[in-house]
Design a protein around this ligand. Sequence first.
Ligand code: GUN
Ligand code: ZN
Length: 434
Amino acid sequence: MHVLRGQTLTFRDDPAIVGEEASNRHESEGAVAVTAAGLIAWSGPASELPSEYKDWPVTDYGQCLIVPGFIDAHLHFPQYRMIAAYGRDLLDWLNRYTFIEEQRYAEAEFAARAAPLFIDELLRNGITSCLAFSTIHPVALDALFSEAERRGMALISGKTMMDVNAPDALTDTPQSAYEESSALISKWHGRSRLHYAISPRFAVTSTEAQLEAVAALARENPDLVIQTHLSENRNEIEFVADRFPWSKDYTDVYDRYGLLREKAMFAHGIHLSGRELARLGESGSAIVHCPTSNNFLGSGHFRYAHTTRGEHPVKAGIGCDIGGGTSFSMLQTMRDAYTVSQHAGQRITAFDAFYLATLGNARLLGLDAQVGTLEPGMIADLAVLDPMTTPIMAERHALSQSLHDMLFALLIMGDDRAIRQTWVAGKESKPQDG
Ligand code: GUN
Ligand code: ZN
C-alpha cells in the first residue's frame, strides 16, 4: 500500500455531453491512495488525504500528471514489429506485408517470444488494457493471454477468423473457426483479468458460411466483445459490395449476421452513410477511431463530431491500430485525432481525447466497473505523465495557463518519453516484469 502524489486527472463523463467543467476532476496537488490488494482506496486533493492513509509510504511525482492507465480499443498483437511498412493502401499493405508476418504466429515459440515484447511496449506507453487482434492460430492467443495474465493486466482478445481472400496458411474454416473459438472462450474468458472477443477479421476475409459461424458464436455468447473492421477504405467497401450483392451496404453484412450490439467494436468507420450510422447507433455498437493508421494508409478523415453527435449518433472510441498505425503512443494517437478533426472541420479538444483514451474506451469495452477512473474501488491501473519531458516541452509547459492548455501541449508534443511510470493493479510495471 502506498500514496502517489502529483497532479491527478480523472473523468466522470463525456465532455461533449456534460461540458468540459463537469466532465473531469483535476487536482494540481493531488493524491491517490492504493491498497496492498492493488485497489484505489481514495483520490483527491493531497491536503485532504484522510488520516488513515497518512503513514502509508509516498511516491511523489511532483508536477507529473497521474491518470487512469490508457485503454487502447483497437490494435494487432502480431503486427507489433511490422509497423512502418511502406504500402499503397489497405488491401495492398495487407497482402504485401501483414499476411506474411502473421503467418509466423503459427509457431508457439515465435508467439511466446513476441508477447512479452508487445506487452512491454504497451506498458512503456502507459497502456494498461487493450482490445487486440491476434492471428488465426490458437497458440498465438495462448501466448498473448498467458503473458497478460502474468503481468496482471486486463486484456481482451480473440482468435482471428478468416477463411477466404488470404494465404492458405492464414485461413481457417467455418467449422474450425467455430470450434477453436469456442474452446478458447472456455479456456480464457473470465480467467484472471482476461476477456475473450469474437474476432472475424472483416467481411473481406470471411465466407457467408463463416459469418454464419460467427453469428452462432455471437448468439451463444451474448455478453462477449465483438471486434472487426468496417468501412476503412474505398476499395475495401467496393470489394465487400461485390462479395455480398444482397447487402444494402457494408454495415448490413455484419447486421445480417447479428453482429451489431453493445460491445461490438468496429474499427475505422470512416465512410459510413446515414443509414449505416443509424443502424450502428440504435444497436449500441461502437466505432473505434484509429487516426494514425488512417493517415498512414491514406484511408480518409474520420468525422468525430458528425459520427458521435450528428443526426445518427454512434458511440466512438480510439485506438492506435498497430501496425497500420504509426505509434503505440496514445498521446500520438490523440495528436493525430486532433489533426484529423481539424482536416474534417470538426475540432476535438484535449478533454475529448483524454476522455476517449480512459473512461470512454473503458465504457465501450465494459471495463468501467474496474478501470478508467481514479474512483475508490477501481483497480489501480495508472499512467504517470510528465508534461516537461523534454527541454522544449518544459518551456512550453511554463506557458500553460489552464488544464486544457497543459493537456493539449502534452498530447501534441508527448510520446513514450512522456510516460514516467505505468502501474498495473497497484504495482509499478517493469520491462518483462513478473
Ligand atoms: N482490415 C482488415 N485487417 C486489417 C488490418 O490488419 N489493419 C487494418 N488497418 N485494417 C484491416
Ligand atoms: Zn485493425
